[in-house]
Design a protein around this ligand. Sequence first.
Ligand code: SF4
Length: 97
Amino acid sequence: MTGAWIANADCRGVDPIFWFPEIGISRRHAINICNSCPVMWECRVYSLSYRLSHGAYWLDGIWGGLTPHDRLNKTKCKELLDEALSMIEKNSERINV
Ligand code: SF4
């Protein structure tokens, strides 16, 4: 992971095994944590940008509440990336008002 947002990640200190449903663990616990994480949108931008710039070599695991399956379709990834960038911008406008 890279970026200052990581310091505020709710998954810090939680067993990372929950973020890898590929190995047979329920995704629900990780997704619940992601959905209330203060840096969920930043985390999504990171993983979706990585997916779009690295072709087939995308990240494993759950990032920003999205599974590898959620990041499979590149067109959908672009839509989700636009949404995440828009949410970060809206949140920053709200903070700066
Ligand atoms: S959104 Fe999920 S994976 Fe991303 S930093 Fe937050 S808790 Fe961790």
